[in-house]
Structures are given as structure tokens and as C-alpha cells.
Design a protein around this ligand. Sequence first.
Ligand code: ZN
Length: 489
Amino acid sequence: MQPDSNDRYSNPTLRVVSSLALVSMLVGSVLIVRVGRDTKPPQAARPTAAESSEDEAVSIPISCQHLLDDGPPSTPPADQLVLTNATVLTMDPQRRRAHSVATRDGQIAGIDSESSEGSVIDLEGATVLPGFIDSHSHWIGDSDVVEQTSEEAIDTALRWGWTSISELFVSWERLDALCELERSAALRVKVGAFLPLNYQTQRFGHWYDSYTPGEVFGPHLWIQGLKFFADGAPDGLGYQTKPPSPDVQGALFWDKDELAAEFVRANDAGWQIAIHATGDGGLDLALDAFEAVGTDDILNARDRVEHLTTVRDDQIDRLKKLGLIGSIQLSFFHAGVADELKRWLGESRVDLSGRWRDLIDAGIPIAGSTDRPWALAGISGPSIPAISQAVTRTSPQGKTAPPWMLSQLMTVDEALRSLTIDAAIAQRTEDSVGSIEVGKDADLAILSKDPTSIPPDELADIEIIATIVDGRVEYCGKSVPTALQEICP
Ligand SMILES: [Zn+2]
């Protein structure tokens, strides 16, 4: 799923953050089990009838039921646009580049077509990409961590060109909240919700039985899959089979047979499975459980392993054989955290971390993401810096990465694919988003420069000029072309 090209860049935005802060943020990001949730344990499942009033024990949250009863919210009509004088990177292998794209009724209506009707917008040489897709995030669910409301988090996402996200921990309360946002037309990015089965050793039961895989609650909200946590550690990278010291070993949250039985049950009911696995021991557990599902069903459901932060060679082989998708965070591993990784993994095993290049070369489908707000909390979420980290591994302070990190660089094209078409595949939405093709949703990110054709050290200067969702301009940056200004929100 990942092709060619080779570029690197650094990002000045991140340089203001101290390496110490970054390290602690990395701990938080990888160890989502530790940060943010210890103080407020989640209750994923709707309370049972015994715990709640009869009214609360309905199978679908109230606000979501309202959506189903009343239909989706009315939204303003989409702009009919002809975006011209642009570099269009379609991410469609059949037609990789174009110069103009037309939208109508919220969809792509034409590419380089002469007869397109609508407001002609001269983009003054800007670059148009499919809207970015964050395949693993907590943009809305955990937005309070970065002291934002849901609406502010959505604004931030749009500012960085995200048009579609997967939320990886949607409890019933959070699903209620998402439905309410959708009902009031405030859910301006598309959200696929993963329902959690556990959090650390806490289990939530089969509350997902109240929902249908892929169930759609509105144009911007659907149930995507189920989320499991295999492992975690209060100080380290998940459960390690050979930790350098006992205090960084971490823990497993499931017995092998128990997890396999849960996977089979979920799979039989048609669910896509995503499991958090950060240590190599956690990944062993996940892979063993996936053996019970089998390759055919894994491919069919597009089951995924989240993070893949520590991976042994034999596990790369198993991931490939099983047909699993790797859902990785592009900004996790850079020079600034190299020492901390050594402490967690030991000198001899540190090169097992962040093996994006090896995963791609092995033919494992990769979906990119931010894990916002946990990865690099406070500054995570930006799409351009995520791409920067994936392709340079340079620290935010400008420190060059050690050789074992530099051997794992992604190309710009791979990073872009991981945040567009490949993320769409992991999200099962590639029929409607992820590339610029006629008939797909008019979800677009407009960039100030073409990231595939400028020197690496200029990539960090790329700005998101505008973000378009369903043909509507939802965000405009400072350097928006004159012709676009009239239809900016
Ligand atoms: Zn996460």
C-alpha cells in the first residue's frame, strides 16, 4: 500500500517544547492506560437495567435514537466549486496529479474537466490533497486533556486539514455526546467510533451488542469497530518480554484464551477489531488471539493492531501472514526520545521500536494517525508535524536521529498515503474518502506547497490554507487565496 519518493523535513513549531516535556508526553501517548484515565476511570458501557432506571436501559443512547428517529440534521447546501491553478495530489494511483478539481453536491464532480460549473476559485498554485484522516485519535473524547471543548477540538482538527477521524475510545456517554454534536450539526469532521471492551483490567462486557458494525447515525457519525487494550505500563512501552529492568516490564490485561474467545465472538458478529499493543509481549498476546480469528476473516474485517511501538522480526512475519493492518502514530519516535527508549527497552532492543520502514517493506498495510491528545499532548494533532516526524525523526529541537531511527524513515509519499487513502482503508471508508476521485466526498486539504516537490527543510513551512468537508469550506488559514476568501466561514 505504500509507494516511492523520499523527502525529509523538520518542524519549527515543535521546537519550543522541551525534550523533557516531549518524553513525558510520549509516555502518556504510548501508555494511554496511564495518563488521564487513572483519575477518572471510564465507564464504557451503559449501566445495566439493575443499575439504572428503565428509561436509561434502552439499547441505543437517547440522542442517537433521536437521530435515527428524526433523520440527519439539515446542513447548508454545499458550495459548487471549481478549484483551478492548483497542484492536485489525488492519492489515486490511476491519476496521481491534476490541476483542477470541481465539486458539486458535496462530492467530487470533475478532475481537470473543462465543462465543470460553479464558482471558479484560482488557488494561485496551492496544493490540493484529500482531507487528512486520523485513523487513531481521541480528538473529541479526550479533548479536555488539552483544555478544549469538543467544538474547539473539532476546530483544531479542521485547522490541520483533518476531515475524518477515528475515535478509539467511545464509551456510551461519549457516543451520546457525539450523537448530540451530530444532531446539532456541530460534528464538522467525520467520526468513526470504536467501542471499548476493556480499559486496563477493567472489563465492560458485551455492551456492543446494542449496536451494529458500521451503524450510521448521521452523515458524520458511524460505529466503526471494537477496541481492546492488550497491555500497558506506568513507565515503559507496554508489556516487554525481555525488559532491561522489572520496573519497566508492564502488564498484560487479558489471558490468552480469554482474549481469543472475545475476538472470535466479536468477529462472528461482524466487528472490526482494533487492539492496543505497545510492548512485544502485548503484541504476542494480540497475535495469538488473532490466530483464532484467522487470516480470511481478519482481511475481511480489516482488523488492526494499534501503536505497534515495539515489534520483533518474528512478529513482523506474523502480522503479514495474518493480514493485519498496523495503525501507527507518525510522531511517536524521534531523536528527542531516543534515550528514554533505551531506558525502557535496553540498549540491545531499542531498535525494535518504531519500525515503520520495516513494517512497510514487509508489505503490512499502514494507517497513520496522531493519537491526539496523548501523543505529544498539547501539540499533537497537527498533520504536517506528524508527517515531519515520520520522514525525518529529527527531534523538535533539531537533533538528528540515531542510525537505528534513521533506518526506519518513511517517505513523504508514504506518510501522505498513511494519512489519506491508507487510513481510509483502515477505516473502511475508501469508497467515499481518502483520495480525490469523481463521486467521492469533496473532503479536501489545501496546502501552501506541494510536499512531494520541495526540499525537505522547507516542508515544515507548509501551511494548511483551507479545509473543505463535503464541499463546504470549513476552515481558512491566513494565506488563503483571494478568490477563496469570499466563501470562508
Ligand atoms: Zn489512543
